[in-house]
Structure formats: structure tokens, C-alpha cells
Ligand binder design. Structure first.
Ligand SMILES: NC(=O)c1ccc[n+]([C@@H]2O[C@H](COP(=O)([O-])OP(=O)(O)OC[C@H]3O[C@@H](n4cnc5c(N)ncnc54)[C@H](O)[C@@H]3O)[C@@H](O)[C@H]2O)c1
Length: 317
């Protein structure tokens, strides 16, 4: 099979590429390297075709799509925290980007796509754990709104053109090649200042996290077992931790005692931050999948990887 992975040089995309290469598939990585890194593809560079290009470049996207069987669409502006600084960026990078991917698929007769959505599309729901058919509450961030709009496009293309779609709503992911998010941020801050850690919000936000390889196991299992044209699947764990727990685990792992936590205050770390995320994963579990790593193990694995790959700290400021 021939696969195209948008965002294939990023954290999630490059991990997908590894799995496809192991199975000897033909792989095209389409990435503008805005946040991704070619280093993540170094070990497989002879086995893939890397196209450095933007989703907004429809000509190159159309050319790249020729003869493709399956698209993993992972490219996005995944910066949730700062998206109010540039509100049109999410629309362009996420929604228009997805529209361009779908249109290139339609033109080239490509019939399968897996899309990286987010648990943030549930905003601040009333139901926990939150199931896929939860009534959508008000959208609280540009990021989630742009992802939800993308989901709508995927569904319409599926109905309109018979494309099989997989919409995976991830909680926050962690593990090897993790280069953004809370652990990354805390780790960098603690290396710079081991006495004090600035935490956005009150530290009591409750978050669920999933280990990247558990996430990929689920995605591939869902794709192999699907009989539906439109598949919407939550991917998370059945546990959650407070942000303070992440800080505590990091301090413990780094051997730091008496770090003073300084809070920005409030229940949310930023506008659009969800004080509680816990997704219902029954649908995925019914296929025989369950996460193999606890959140604590997942944090520790991430720290180990960051320790061994300090270069990413310089690359992602
Ligand atoms: N990591 C998480 O915790 C998480 C949680 C929920 C959803 N997601 C979604 O999963 C996907 C992958 O996230 P990630 O953590 O790997 O992020 P990432 O930033 O590591 O990877 C995104 C990749 O897309 C590329 N890219 C961005 N805009 C592009 C454009 N316009 N054209 C071409 N390439 C472009 C970047 O260079 C990067 O390689 C994203 O869609 C993100 O929204 C991630």
C-alpha cells in the first residue's frame, strides 16, 4: 500500500511513519517542517519519500497524492495555548489544510483517511468520561473549533465521495519524540531554574494522557477492523492526573527537592484550556484494545526520552 503522512516529521506523524516502514509500505511524508524535525526520519530516510511542502500549496499536495491508497493527516498547528494570538492561523493550517487534503484526495480518487482530532472538541462537557456521541458544548478554543470544522469536512467528503474516514479524538499524547505540551514545558523550565516552577492555572486541572505507542496500536487496530465509512473514536485512558502530579513526578525524576510552585491562578491555564479531560474509551476497548502504560509510566518514559535527546530543547523554543 502507498501511504501519505501529512505532518510525518512531527511527534505523532513520524511514529506512524516508523510503523508503516516496518511493514514495508511505500511512504510519502508531506511536511513543511514548521514544528517537525527531519531527525525523526533520519533512520528511515532511504525508505521514504520526503516532500518538504505546505498543506496550503495545493499544486504540490495534488502531485504528492497521486497513486496514494491511504492518508494519515497529522499536520496541524497543534499550538493550543497561543492560538488567540493569531486566530486565523488555526483556520488556515487546520481547517483549510484539511480541506486541501480532502480535495487532493477527491481529485486523485484516494479513498481512505485517518485524521488527528482532539478531545478538546468536547469543550467543557458535563459528562465524564465523555463519550463520542456527547452533545457538543460551546467551543472554547480556536484550535478545537478548527478541528471540529475539519471533522465536518471529513464527514461531508465521506458522504459525498465515498471516502472512508477515521476521526481519532486524542487526549494529550506523550512518549518518545514528544516536543510540546506540559511535560516538555516543565522540563525545560526546571532545567533553567530548579528552585521555582511557574505553572499555568491552579495546578489542579485534571488531564488524561496516553502513551504514543498505545495510541498507535489503537489507531491501526481500529483501521484494520473497521466496517463503517465514518469512524469517530476517542483515544485516551481511564485515568487522569492533576497538573501538580506531573510537576511532582518531574521533580522526583530529576532529583529536585523543595521546588516552589508558582501558579498563574484560575481553574484554566489559558483561555480555552479545559479544567477536566477524561474521554470514554469503551468504543475502542470493545475492539480488544486497552492502554498498556499508566499516566505515571508515560510521564517517566517521556522524561527519559527528553533526557537522552536534549537537542530537541534547543530546536523547540
Ligand atoms: N500531541 C498531542 O498530544 C495531540 C493531542 C491531540 C491532537 N493532536 C493532533 O495530532 C496531530 C499531530 O500532533 P503532534 O503532536 O505530532 O504535533 P507536531 O507539531 O509534532 O507535528 C505536526 C507536524 O505537522 C507539520 N505541519 C504543520 N503545519 C503544516 C502545514 N501547513 N503543512 C505541512 N506540514 C505542516 C509540522 O512541521 C509537524 O511536523 C496534530 O494534528 C495535532 O493537532 C496531538
Amino acid at each position: 500500500m502507498k501511504y501519505l503522512v501529512t505532518g510525518g516529521a512531527g511527534f505523532v506523524g513520524s511514529s506512524i511513519v516508523d510503523r508503516l516502514v516496518v511493514k514495508s509500505h511505500q511512504v510519502i511524508v508531506y511536511d513543511n517542517l514548521s514544528t517537525g524535525n527531519e531527525m525523526f526520519l533520519n533512520h528511515s530516510k532511504d525508505k521514504i519519500l520526503f516532500i518538504k511542502a505546505d498543506l496550503l500549496d495545493t499544486k504540490r499536495l495534488n502531485e504528492a497524492m497521486q497513486g496514494v491508497d491511504f492518508v494519515f493527516h497529522m499536520a496541524a498547528n497543534a499550538d493550543v495555548k497561543d492560538n488567540l494570538k493569531n486566530p486565523t492561523k488555526c483556520l488556515e493550517q487546520n481547517t483549510t489544510g484539511t480541506s486541501n487534503v480532502l480535495e487532493a484526495m477527491r481529485v486523485n480518487g484516494v479513498k481512505n483517511i485517518a485524521f488527528a482530532s482532539t478531545g478538546s472538541v468536547y469543550g467543557e462537557p458535563d459528562v465524564f468520561p465523555t463519550p463520542e456521541d456527547c452533545k457538543f458544548p460551546i467551543q472554547t478554543s480556536m484550535y478545537a473549533a478548527s478541528k471540529l470544522a475539519s471533522e465536518g469536512l471529513l464527514e461531508a467528503y465521506s458522504i459525498g465521495y465515498g471516502i472512508r474516514v477515521f476521526i481519532f479524538r486524542f487526549v494529550s499524547l506523550m512518549g518518545e519524540r514528544y516536543t510540546h505540551g506540559c511535560v516538555f514545558d516543565f522540563y525545560k523550565k526546571l532545567l533553567n531554574n530548579s528552585k521555582e516552577l511557574y505553572i499555568l492555572g491552579d495546578g489542579k486541572q485534571k488531564k488524561s494522557y496516553l502513551y504514543i505507542q498505545d495510541c498507535l496500536d489503537a489507531m491501526f487496530l481500529a483501521i484494520e477492523n473497521s466496517t463503517e465509512k465514518i469512524n469517530i473514536i476517542n483515544l485516551g485512558t481511564e485515568e487522569y492526573v492533576e497538573v501538580n502530579f506531573i510537576a511532582d513526578t518531574l521533580c522526583e525524576e530529576l532529583g529536585l527537592n523543595n521546588v516552589k510552585y508558582v501558579y498563574s491562578g484560575g481553574k484554566r491555564g489559558w483561555v480555552g484550556d479545559s479544567p477536566f479531560i477524561l474521554l470514554d474509551i469503551k468504543k475502542m476497548k470493545a475492539l480488544g484494545w486497552k492502554p498498556t502504560f499508566t499516566i505515571e509510566e508515560c510521564i517517566k518514559r517521556t522524561i527519559t526520552w527528553l533526557r537522552e535527546n536534549q537537542w530537541v530543547l534547543k530546536e523547540r523554543q
